[in-house]
Design a protein around this ligand. Sequence first.
Ligand code: SPV
Ligand code: MG
Length: 291
Amino acid sequence: MKKTTQLKQILTSKDLDFIMEAHNGLSATIVEETGFKGIWGSGLSISASMGVRDNNEASWTQVLDNLEFMSDATSIPILFDGDTGFGNFNNARRLVKKLEQRHIAGVCIEDKLFPKTNSFINAAVQPLADIDEFSGKIKAMKDSQIDEDFIVVARVEAFITGWGLEEALKRAEAYRQAGADAVLIHSKKSNFDEITSFMQEWANRLPIVLVPTKYYTTPTAEFEKVGANLVIWANHNLRACIDAIKHISEMIYRDESIVRAENLVAALEEVFRLQNTDELHLAEKKYLPTK
Ligand code: SPV
Ligand code: MG
């Protein structure tokens, strides 16, 4: 099944589904192997893994190149975190074109201004996009997609920036009318109250996507109970890498030896397996002259 159709089914199925963050071809491969049905191409994780900030410091084509490796390495759909769409409607619709060419199943755009800042950094002073301008951007993106199953998720940042339920609903409804396939309602609260109040009023008008990074203690059953369709585990692979790399670097630095580290890291054979080295051996047998 096409990746776009897979993502559409994940979003529209009655069951609550989960997708997991990846930030390069290797982490994307591992996410698929683990059993997840989809991948979150996190802006935070991709930028952090590049050594830059989540402020559109990496150019959109640099991010796209990275996504292409992720897409080539996997057969499950990637929902790409497209930030604000990297400009106005025209930049955003060109982004859709380039994502489709790389078999990325969908993109999420948030109603802030370029260059954006991560939602958990000084969010109270972050300006929101004009509703009509952002709606036009969604329309342009939906009008430009070639594959009818390509997904555009509209991310509402009203709660994040200190606005209330009324503003969040107004924006979500405008984006629904502009043609969005789903709404991501984001919250930085450590409890689930904001989202619950939104979900009651929203009443299943469109599929809903949640990112419980800050309200992580909320039992997953609650997400199901309020009618959410998709949960994004947004950054734990990146954060796991940071701790693992720190730990092993410090150990090897102190020991001036790799003896203790050897059994704490993946075997080289595992690296080769994840790179699908066997396939190349078979291809060499098939395509290289045997003399
Ligand atoms: C990301 O993973 O980059 C996101 C989610 O946009 S958040 O960091 O929660 O804003
Ligand atoms: Mg992001």
